[in-house]
Design a protein around this ligand. Structure first.
Ligand SMILES: Nc1ncnc2c1ncn2[C@@H]1O[C@H](COP(=O)(O)OP(=O)(O)OP(=O)(O)O)[C@@H](O)[C@H]1O
Length: 598
């Protein structure tokens, strides 16, 4: 029950300190997003990647600062319950005209849950549910950009509208040949849209800010005609003689690939992120709001939103958590809820001797993946502390497994005294569920096996391009996504390519060496022998044939060493979130070749 009167003046001061903490966070977050454009134009790829990495840490730093301030100035930990209720009410008041109220609510939760006992973790004190609506917020300051712009082409102005739209982003670098690229974009979309009658509402809507990631800037929008909406994205890259539009992506599936949870977060300058999320949801209605917030670099909002979705799903489902299908991990205990498309991964308390690692090292590897470019090949993870699940929803086999392998992280009790026994896990990673590749290969048709093996090699090559050595490349450590992409998910042995020594197997010194079945050469901690991968991976002849036809180079140390040298020389590889055959340059070259052979 809320207080009828706001009687404690400290409550307002605390609310104000909290909003100041959030506003400082969003200012710094926006600043680095704004600077992404200059980094793109200067082709400062290392700077862009560094900024992407550093931005992830901003939030926790600001939360720590705000919690310290509250303790220092208000001895916040010792305040009574009714004061905290008043803090929340004042805070809601301060959000009335705020442009990022949902993020500010999450920030409030992050700070206060650091200070308050968990008996306060309900809606009277923190924002278990949002309190302030995010619909129809627009930026209105001087020079503010609307969320999106609209263009109304006629048949005759279809191309010039696209041209105008690209020019309105005000990139200062010249394009190599904008007319050529616009012809390609407009021509491709004409084919996609087919013969149609322009309705009264015929228009192109485009988000006002560019989306920056790695070496690309993306224009994101949709073409509307009558009741039909066609999403699109234009990747802008540096070509040989200026900027180029590399292709046009034009379906929901294309955009899902672009915004995949297996890729790094975008940098986008936006005053009203909820409006961006709303627009993006109109392009990808099946994508959870949580993943869109994360893709925009607002990963704590993504985490909060995901947790709300999980609680909601638990209330509306009846199935039980179980050990995840597949080969059990040696360092991770993995479980899932069949009706929910995610897995829960807990670090075991102990591992077999061949796993020479520690909990801290494993956490370090997961953090590395979070902050690294995941190039569409490593699933993003959400990390949670003290997650409580109803005991009644766990099968006994899973409980026994948790008790055996993770006793230090597990509490099973009625901690709230409400008669509900809970399973409380003090540290868990949550990530998208995929079909483990070993299971997929067992069930697949020969054509699917071939495609998956090619994809598997491509996945490893994309990881290599991004300076990641997966460590353990067994099939079971990769998963197949909804759209058939192969993604890596076992991070405990990954290393930077640049930290590894790729070696040839030395010739045996004598016959005894050769026959012994033991390793006769010395192996350093970072030594990798690609020639030895084959026996582990290629027992099945059908798999072996496809693998050797497409990816025999992965068994050659020179392949790995070459990439290591390239990365050390500072070269950042392109990894496209679409098939290379979609690139206009590739299509033009193919067309020219076809014309030449006629
Ligand atoms: N995202 C996922 N989707 C579906 N299944 C998964 C996922 N992540 C893990 N699994 C399942 O859990 C198992 C163990 O996971 P993981 O490979 O991460 O653990 P690990 O202990 O690091 O493994 P290893 O023993 O190879 O080091 C996998 O083999 C797979 O069957």
């Amino acid at each position: 029950m809320f207080p009828h009167r706001l009687t404690d003046s400290r409550a307002f001061e605390i609310a104000r300190a909290l909003i100041e903490g959030f506003d400082r966070h969003y200012r710094l977050f926006s600043q680095t997003n704004l600077e992404a454009k200059a980094r793109f134009e200067a082709a400062d790829w290392h700077g862009q990647q560094r900024a992407q990495r550093e931005r992830i840490e901003y939030y926790d730093k600001r939360v720590d600062e705000a919690a310290e301030r509250l303790q220092r100035e208000f001895q916040a930990g010792a305040l009574k319950m009714d004061v905290w209720q008043q803090v929340k009410l004042h805070y809601i008041g301060l959000l009335v005209d705020h442009k990022q109220p949902e993020l500010a609510e999450t920030f409030f939760n992050s700070v206060t849950t650091k200070i308050l006992h968990r008996s306060y973790f309900h809606n009277d004190f923190i924002f278990v549910r949002p309190a302030v609506a995010t619909e129809y917020i627009e930026s209105d300051g001087p020079g503010a950009l609307p969320t999106y712009r609209a263009y109304y082409p006629q048949q005759a102005t279809w191309r010039s509208a696209w041209r105008q739209m690209v020019q309105d982003f005000g990139l200062t670098l010249p394009f190599e040949d904008l007319g050529r690229d616009i012809d390609d974009v407009a021509g491709t979309l004409e084919q996609v849209l087919g013969a149609f009658t322009p309705r009264a509402n015929f228009q192109i809507q485009v988000l006002s800010s560019l989306f920056f990631r790695n070496k690309a800037a993306y224009v994101v929008g949709k073409v509307i005609n009558g009741f039909q909406e066609t999403p699109f994205a234009l990747p802008i890259l540096h070509g040989r003689e200026g900027l180029v539009i590399d292709t046009v992506l034009h379906s929901e599936d294309d955009l899902l690939m672009l915004f995949s949870y297996a890729r790094a977060y975008f940098m986008v300058h936006m005053d009203v992120p909820s409006a961006y999320v709303q627009f993006l949801r109109s392009l990808m209605p099946r994508k959870p709001r949580a993943e869109l917030y994360s893709a925009l670099g607002l990963q704590k909002q993504g985490k909060n939103s995901f947790y709300r979705d999980l609680l909601y799903h638990l209330r509306h489902s009846t199935d039980t958590f179980r050990i995840a299908p597949g080969i059990k991990g040696m360092v991770m205990l993995v479980f899932d809820l069949p009706s929910f498309p995610f897995v829960f991964k807990v670090i075991k308390d102990y591992y077999p001797p061949q796993k020479d690692t520690t909990r801290e090292q494993i956490k370090g590897k997961y953090l590395l993946v979070k902050t690294h470019d995941r190039v569409g090949r490593m699933a993003d993870t959400l990390e949670y502390s003290n997650v409580a699940f109803p005991r009644a929803r766990f099968d006994d086999e899973l409980i026994a497994e948790l008790q055996k392998f993770c006793p230090s992280l597990l509490e099973i009790s009625d901690r709230d005294g409400d008669g509900q026994i809970e399973v409380i896990i003090s540290h868990v990673y949550i990530e998208r569920r995929m079909i483990p590749l070993n299971i997929y290969l067992q069930e697949a048709t020969p054509a699917q096996v071939a495609a998956a093996v090619v994809e598997y090699g491509n996945a490893i090559k994309d990881l290599v391009a991004a300076n990641i050595f997966p460590g353990d490349m067994l099939w079971k450590n990769f998963g197949v996504t909804r759209n058939g992409k192969v993604v890596f998910y076992d991070y405990d042995e990954i290393e930077y390519i640049t930290d590894c020594n790729f070696r040839r197997v030395p010739p045996p010194r004598n016959e005894e060496d050769e026959m012994s079945g033991e390793i006769w050469y010395s192996v350093g901690p970072k030594d990798v022998f690609p020639e030895t991968f084959g026996p582990f991976l290629l027992g099945n002849p059908a798999v072996r044939d496809v693998f050797m036809a497409h990816h025999a180079d992965l068994l050659d140390p020179a392949f790995w060493q070459g990439h290591k040298e390239r990365i050390l020389a500072g070269h950042v590889h392109d990894v496209f979130p679409y098939e290379p055959a979609r690139r206009f340059s590739v299509r033009r070259a193919a067309a020219a070749e076809a014309a030449a052979t006629v």
